[in-house]
Design a protein around this ligand. Structure first.
Ligand SMILES: [Zn+2]
Ligand SMILES: [Zn+2]
Length: 408
């Protein structure tokens, strides 16, 4: 106790200032160890913990200076400080507002316990659940669209819940909870890194500028914002050149890649190329084509057997590979053939697959490629914000970056 007796110069008390610095370093080390043990190795979490520690430290230090000035200087005994703590027994549990009263009776300046730091991590904390509404939920609805199918709404719907469960079951292989916590956020970022769509995005840009003898003005990959190309009539009614490719298409592509990887029925396959992505009006005119699905809302992908070159496949083999992808899309993404539903992923038939009620439709045949689109999304999910011109914009910021700002 003598150490803490306040002499006139406060000399002994000032020694505690140095202890604070030393203590902070020790706390940092303990926190590093704990973070490692609980498997939290992301730099963001570490930085967050250290930032919180620094904040708490600064807070305690400034309180401490005040205490020194206002209370200790008039020759207060440590015992009295400890008594103040005893009168307020809940003070120790509140790690957010460390106070001098957190000092223990033995005079050691324990201002924050490393284990309490873990509370700062929303490790098992629910970030979003059914009924919530947030821009980050919209991102999740886009990024996990390939797990059950979804539209880019900012609402956490029944569908979002199912999607999260499917993602937990199939990708994360953890217990299904249907709510979003930090583990889901981290897993979606991992899913993004694991299945790169960069080269596919490049292939998906409009190719019209490479066509020879084209009299129409060509685009830079994503049309010229033309509407109906100045024409009227049923064939042109939907002919809007959207300002890019719909983000959902590429996140669905990621899930196709994931299911090919993880399901033994599909493991012999590989996505070779995106053969058609964006096709503007100039492209249509050049090819004497009227379909407008590919003005930002559709992808045609080629899927082949891993073990051999495309040229070594028979036509039937290639159709079969694409039919398997259509299976992935119907089973895993709840995609439907043709365009009689709404707000889901739509597929074109192949020669071998018929629409269950309408039979084969010669108007919409995708044979050696698999066509899927977002054409039946209602208009609010086809707003310009969802159509982008770079792979970077398909991805958007990492969710771990986005959730950093939650609650601040
Ligand atoms: Zn073009
Ligand atoms: Zn197509």
């Amino acid at each position: 106790m003598q150490l803490y007796y306040a002499d006139e110069a406060l000399s002994k008390w000032n020694e505690i200032d140095e202890l604070f610095e030393e203590e902070k370093q020790q706390k940092k080390e303990s926190i590093e160890v704990i973070l490692y043990k609980i498997g939290t190795i992301e730099p963001y979490h570490r930085d967050f913990a250290m930032k919180k520690l620094d904040e708490a430290h600064e807070h305690v230090k400034s309180n401490w200076q005040l205490e020194k000035e206002q209370r200790i200087k008039p020759s207060l005994w440590w015992k009295e400080v400890a008594q103040a703590q005893a009168q307020n027994p809940t003070a120790n549990t509140d790690a957010n507002t460390p106070k001098l009263s957190n000092l223990s009776a033995d005079g050691k300046a324990w201002f924050i316990h490393p284990v309490a730091m873990i509370d700062y991590f929303p490790k098992s904390e629910i970030l979003f659940q059914k009924g919530d509404k947030h821009e980050i939920i919209r991102e999740i609805n886009i990024r996990l669209a390939g797990f059950g199918g979804n539209v880019p709404t900012d609402e956490f719907t029944e569908r979002t819940e199912k999607m999260i469960k499917q993602f937990q079951r199939d990708y994360m292989q953890v217990e299904e909870t249907g709510v979003v916590d930090i583990k889901i956020i981290q897993a979606i970022d991992r899913f993004q890194d694991e299945y790169s769509i960069d080269s596919f995005f490049t292939q998906a840009q409009c190719q019209c500028s490479t066509f020879k003898n084209l009299t129409e003005p060509t685009c830079n990959g994503f049309g010229l914002n033309k509407t109906n190309n100045g024409k009227t009539g049923a064939n042109y009614a939907y002919g809007i050149e959207y300002p890019g490719l719909h983000r959902t298409l590429f996140w669905v592509l990621r899930s196709i890649m994931f299911y090919i990887d993880s399901d033994e029925r599909y493991q012999h396959l590989t996505v070779e190329i995106v053969s058609s992505g964006y096709r503007c009006w100039a492209d249509n005119i050049y090819n004497n084509r009227k379909s407008t699905n590919h003005m930002g809302k559709a992808l045609d992908i080629h899927v082949i057997k891993k073990e051999k070159a495309k040229s070594e496949h028979s036509r039937d083999e290639r159709i079969n590979c694409c039919d398997l992808v259509r299976d992935i899309l119907t089973e895993k993404t709840n995609a439907e053939y043709r365009w009689f539903h709404s707000n889901g992923i739509a597929l074109e038939n192949s020669y071998t697959r018929y629409h269950p009620t309408r039979g084969r439709d010669n108007q919409s045949i995708a044979s050696v490629w698999a066509h899927y689109d977002v054409r039946v999304f209602e208009s609010k999910f086809l707003e310009n914000q969802f159509f982008v011109k770079t792979a970077k914009d398909i991805n958007g910021k990492y969710l771990q970056e986005l959730v950093k700002n939650l609650g601040s």
